[in-house]
Write a protein that binds this ligand. Structure first.
Ligand SMILES: Cc1cc2nc3c(=O)[nH]c(=O)nc-3n(C[C@H](O)[C@H](O)[C@H](O)COP(=O)(O)OP(=O)(O)OC[C@H]3O[C@@H](n4cnc5c(N)ncnc54)[C@H](O)[C@@H]3O)c2cc1C
Ligand code: FES
Length: 270
């Protein structure tokens, strides 16, 4: 059992959960994730490591409630325990040095990009962050992101905070005026697809973190398969970070929807 040490609501349907997991915290690297099973009847589902302390033995996960398992976790409280927690899984993010890197986080993807910004900054890069959400109330981790970036640009679709518009628009404006060596984009698949389309026009290498459906997380089941550079890859062991210009986005988007009916049924269960 992995005890929950703290649970906090960050925005509507977005929660931060700190879990005692010393072995995972000791080995965690930016860009990695864990797979959870909340209880005996629970399904396995992945969440990215947003933060951790090797010294204190905890990890922090940030989740958006989208269905049955995330709802169940959001309802758990400090003192309760998670039955299974496997990780850290996936290849860590590639961390370069001495470059100008723009990190784009959309929605709950801001939590996933946070440790990557920190690692890039520690490696001596200039890090510009662009984070966005539909509206001000959904914009999370502004303080934490300010601490790990040289400059932070905020966007909201409705203009309630920062620049009015999408993160991809802010990204394009930045690319027009400032030389950029690398873009890393994490968020909904559709946002990563459009961020990659923008950077292609400026010939800037782009890394994305693929959120394909995962089951075992160890390369055995094939559930997370995706196509990159025309080759089948498993997001859990070959990624989750890939070249955004080489991903087959159509295939990824359709595979994300493949269990819609079953997810709908699960959502209606108590
Ligand atoms: C490597 C990775 C890291 C992720 N990190 C985060 C994170 O830090 N925070 C966060 O809020 N979400 C994260 N996700 C997405 C999260 O795993 C899904 O939102 C969650 O599994 C939904 O489960 P559910 O039962 O609540 O919803 P469901 O109703 O089962 O599904 C809702 C949607 O979530 C996706 N999904 C469902 N099951 C899975 C699964 N087993 N694996 C991946 N996606 C699934 C599908 O697109 C589906 O349409 C990550 C996904 C991946 C692959
Ligand atoms: S989740 Fe099974 S192979 Fe990746």
């Amino acid at each position: 059992m992995f005890p929950i040490l703290e649970k906090k609501q960050l925005a509507e349907a977005v929660y931060s959960v700190v879990v005692e997991a010393p072995d995972i915290a000791r080995r965690a690297l930016a860009g990695q994730f864990v797979i959870l099973r909340l209880d005996e009847t629970g399904e396995r589902f992945p969440l990215t490591l947003c933060d951790w302390s090797a010294a204190e033995g905890w990890i922090r996960l940030v989740l958006q409630v989208v269905g049955r398992s995330t709802r169940k976790l959001s309802l758990m409280e400090a003192g309760e325990g998670i039955l299974d927690l496997v990780g850290p899984l996936g290849r860590p993010a590639e961390i370069c040095a001495g470059e100008h890197v723009v990190c784009v986080g959309g929605g709950v993807g801001i939590a996933a990009i946070h440790p990557i910004c920190r690692a890039l900054r520690e490696a001596g890069n200039r890090v510009t962050g662009i984070i966005g959400a539909r509206t001000d109330d959904l914009l999370i981790l502004e303080e934490e992101m300010t601490a790990v970036t040289d400059e932070l640009v905020l966007t909201t679709d409705d203009g309630s905070r920062g620049i009015a518009g999408r993160v991809t628009w802010a990204l394009e404006e930045l690319l027009k005026k400032d030389p950029v060596d690398l873009v890393i984009a994490i968020g909904p698949a559709i946002m990563m697809k459009f961020a990659s389309a923008v950077t292609r026009g400026y010939d800037v290498p782009t890394r994305v973190s693929l959120n394909s459906i995962m089951l075992d997380g160890t390369g055995m089941c094939g559930t997370c398969r995706c196509e990159v550079e025309g080759k089948t890859r498993f997001a859990c062991v070959d990624g989750p970070e890939f070249d955004g210009h080489a991903v087959d986005w159509g295939l990824l988007l359709s595979r994300l929807d493949q269990y819609k009916e079953e997810e709908e049924i699960a959502r209606s269960l108590p």
